[in-house]
Design a protein around this ligand. Structure first.
Ligand SMILES: [Zn+2]
Length: 543
């Protein structure tokens, strides 16, 4: 029997059945009025094109702003949330629970089954959730555990999906990963060294989590590092001693909560091009949001009707180093892709925040500044995280980390001699240790060797495929630790040896042999310093 005949025989019956079925459908559809036909076509189109977005952290500042924005686009997105079933979270999300197109998984980021439940069926994963400051400052060990476990679970859950290569994963990192960047190195960009401030378990957790995503083998990822988020809630947070961990002459390029929310929704839109993925970005609301911390304090106090910083604080209540924040030379890159910035200035935003303040805040105007100063001074004296408490009790580790020495603290001048002007507005670029003018598609093993040498180590891999930035290579740090890392992670993310990552903080020793890192260390640390901060600095913390 000829082969063609066999095929015809085998398929003739189902084909016949199929054509009768479609003929019926055709006649049925033709008999419908046009309006119903259009409706059916529209429903079919929506069902087919709607994407599912899985969002974590929907009760936090950024995640909630993302939820607000995404829920305006329910014609295009189904939303899945993973939220801890606490009373306060249930209240916060009550309005969303019955909305069609929103699914809430009441569970925990540290439970794999809950994470898997959330990720299943998602086209986009926006991992915003985790423990953040101030809780992270009070529970350092728990923060490290929760944030790194959550990252690993998300990666595992994405990779367990049948369409893993189509899922787009966005991880929200933090400006805290690059640590203290006052003048003269206050301008920065992604690829600058990871430089985690002492005591900042939050930044350790964000850095480890970022590494997990970048090296996961997930086909589409993006690491977006979040900065300070401006939102009206900030106006009510003045009663925490962490306020005084922020050096007055430090800088931040802020992002508004609304911009951050729009960014989360926009990254899920079809227009985002392929080249966007597998890269690092810094988030900010733009040049007008570049403030010194002194400017920020002044604007914030003005918004709540309080007197100027000079009237209610002493300069030596504030740390002089060991925080985080920078002005970005590269934050416009993200805006270029996602167009998330509202077109308002920082001053306009502060005016709007001031309008959100309850009436009784304005009573501050009639309180003599000396009383406010007494209250603020008491906050700075709080045991545990109060800067004045460290000085009073000569807390050696806290003093060396945040001030250098007791003598350095004593040398902090009064308001008459404190410098409050803005640092240089001219961007300065750190040396990344390789030829940045060379296209990435041309990067080869020689570029890796050069970058490793500038980090005080070696690239041990004998060869690499030119332009392959995702396959991990073998490296050695200045202390002889061997590790694997992709060129993307090292050259574009500023990461390096995982064993040298705190704990312990051994940055004085690292800076001696790592010129790349030394760029951000020696402007604020004496070459004679040799501090090591290990687990013992957390002896006072329960979790
Ligand atoms: Zn090392």
């Amino acid at each position: 029997m000829p082969l063609t005949h066999v095929i015809r025989v085998r398929f003739s019956y189902p084909l016949q059945k199929l054509s009768i079925y479609w003929l019926g459908v055709f006649f049925y559809i033709s008999s419908l009025p046009n309006s119903i036909l259009s409706l059916l076509l529209y429903i079919y189109y929506i069902m087919k094109s709607k994407k599912t977005v899985f969002l974590t952290g929907a009760t936090g500042t950024m995640g909630h702003a993302g939820l607000v924005e995404l829920s305006k686009r329910l014609d295009r997105f189904n939303i899945t949330l993973l939220v801890r079933p606490s009373k306060i979270n249930k209240e916060k999300l009550a309005a969303y629970e019955t909305v069609a197109g929103i699914r809430i998984v009441w569970g925990d980021l540290t439970n794999y089954q809950d994470v898997l439940n959330g990720v299943t069926g998602a086209d986009y994963v926006l991992h915003v959730g985790g423990m953040v400051s101030p809780a992270a400052d009070y529970f350092p060990k728990k923060t490290l555990k929760v944030n790194t476990a959550a990252a690993q679970y998300i990666v595992d859950a994405v990779k367990a999906q049948p369409n893993a290569d189509q899922i787009k994963v966005v991880y929200i990192g933090s400006v805290a990963q690059t640590g203290h960047r006052n003048a003269p190195v206050h301008w920065g960009r992604t690829g600058d060294p990871i430089n985690i401030s002492v005591y900042d378990h939050y930044a350790i957790s964000k850095t480890i989590a970022e590494r997990i995503f970048v090296e996961s083998g997930i086909k589409h990822w993006a690491c977006l590092r979040q900065t300070g988020i401006l939102c009206p809630e900030l106006l009510f947070k003045g009663s925490d001693p962490i306020t005084f961990h922020v050096p007055l002459d430090g800088v931040l390029e802020w992002a508004t909560a609304e911009d951050s929310g729009r960014l989360l929704a926009n990254v899920c839109e079809e227009e985002v091009p392929d080249e966007f993925w597998n890269r690092f970005y810094n988030i900010s609301s733009g040049p007008s949001f570049r403030l010194t911390n002194y400017e920020f304090e002044s604007k914030l106090l003005k918004a709540i009707g309080c007197p100027a910083p000079e009237k209610i604080f002493e300069p030596n209540w504030f740390a002089i180093r060991n925080f985080h924040g920078q002005w970005y030379t590269d934050s416009d890159l993200l805006e270029g892709y996602l167009h998330f910035r509202g077109n308002q200035t920082c001053d306009d935003y502060f005016k709007w925040m001031a309008s959100q303040v309850p009436w009784y805040f304005h009573l501050a105007k009639i309180v003599p500044p000396i009383f406010i100063k007494l209250g603020m001074g008491a906050i700075a004296k709080k045991p545990g995280l109060g800067t004045r408490n460290w000085i009073k009790n000569r807390h050696q580790d806290r003093i060396s980390a945040y001030f250098g020495s007791y003598e350095d603290w004593q040398a902090i001048p009064g308001w008459d001699k404190i410098r409050t002007e803005r640092p240089s507005e001219t961007p300065v670029f750190l040396d990344h240790g390789y030829d940045e003018s060379k296209p990435k598609s041309e990067w080869d093993i020689e570029d890796m060797r050069k970058a490793a040498e500038f980090r005080g180590g070696k690239c041990l891999s004998p060869a690499m495929t030119k332009g392959d930035l995702s396959t991990p290579l073998d490296w050695e740090c200045q202390f002889g630790h061997h590790f694997k890392a992709s060129p993307t992670l090292v050259l574009l993310g500023g990461h390096w040896c995982p064993e040298c990552l705190p704990l312990p903080w051994n940055y004085d020793e690292i800076a001696k042999g790592n010129p790349f890192f030394a760029q951000v260390w020696y402007p604020f640390h004496d070459k004679k310093e040799h501090n090591v901060y290990d687990e013992s600095i957390f002896a006072d913390f329960k979790e």
